[in-house]
Design a binder for this molecule. Structure first.
Ligand code: KIV
Length: 281
């Protein structure tokens, strides 16, 4: 069944957890969709895991549209959320609406996600008014890494916890239909989840959220540059892939691959004729 803002809201109301993973391409989208993921996030984390940047700052609208459209083409049922990259919405409400529109029209996303609380509420309001569903993102928001001075757990002091709760209530009021909570202490995330009508999706925010999201390369053991504490490896695909790549190199070098079954044939007559023609010249 195709997931919608309404079906996701119903999950919160019925206490059913929402499942989300990041996704950046067509073939992975088909696998995740068939596996029954509720939501696929075309995260600007593609800057790290696909493009090899050290953070998400350099990711462009063109990068996001390119990957979002690939994911949308591979999806039948899952709800596709596209991240708004750094400086595609912070600059003005106008830029936010135009760029959210591009992610919907060119990327064929079902919704957009942007980082921040009260400060981006005018943008959230305007995007929602333009009929684009919005997911907000609070806590450790990677686009603010230079302000935070690194990737750190957020909301640990009373002031920070209060601000996080106020921001969550503000983005809900502005019209966001879900909130990602990243690197937030579990009791705080559970409390915020209980205070909001809309679903919270946690990443490093404990089991009290209404859903969970992970970067798929992390949960499949495919990315070794760093691994946050909150990641559980559900498989070690990276090691399987390396084994397969080694076997391929070995079989190509030793002539074991390709075999007859991987090869196209031509009739002996045609080959003989070609060779005779070559000898006559
Ligand atoms: O870009 C991303 O992958 C994200 C998740 C970490 C929530 O925003």
């Amino acid at each position: 069944m195709r997931q919608t803002v309404q079906t996701l809201q119903a999950k919160k109301e019925q206490g059913e957890k929402i499942t989300m993973l990041t996704c950046y391409d067509y073939s992975m989208a088909k696998l995740m969709d068939a596996a029954g993921l509720d939501m696929l996030l075309v995260g600007d984390s593609l800057g790290n895991v696909i493009l090899g940047y050290e953070d998400t700052i350099s990711v462009t609208m063109e990068d996001m549209i390119h990957h979002t459209s690939a994911v949308a083409r591979g999806t039948k049922d899952a709800f596709v959320v596209a991240d708004m990259p750094f400086m595609s919405y912070q600059t003005s409400v106008y830029d936010a609406v135009v760029n959210a529109g591009r992610l919907m029209k060119e990327g064929r996303a079902s919704a957009v996600k942007l980082e921040g609380g009260k400060v981006v509420c005018p943008q959230i309001q305007a995007i929602v008014q333009a009929s684009v569903p919005v997911v907000a993102h609070l806590g450790m928001t990677p686009q603010s890494v230079n302000t935070f001075g690194g990737f750190k757990v957020q909301g640990k002091t009373i002031d920070a916890a209060r601000k996080l709760l106020e921001d969550a209530l503000a983005v809900e009021e502005a019209g966001a239909f879900a909130v990602v909570l990243e690197c937030v202490p579990e009791k705080l995330a559970a409390y915020i989840s209980s205070q909001l009508r809309i679903p919270t999706i946690g990443i490093g925010a404990g089991a009290g959220c209404d859903g969970q999201v992970l970067v798929y390369q992390d949960m499949l053991g495919m990315f070794s540059d760093y691994c946050p504490k909150f990641v559980k490896k559900f498989a070690n695909i990276g090691a399987f892939m390396q084994d397969a790549f080694r076997s391929y190199c070995n079989e190509v070098k030793t002539g074991q691959f390709p075999e007859k079954e991987h090869t196209y044939q031509i009739s002996n007559e045609v080959m003989q004729k070609l060779q005779q023609e070559g000898e006559q010249q």
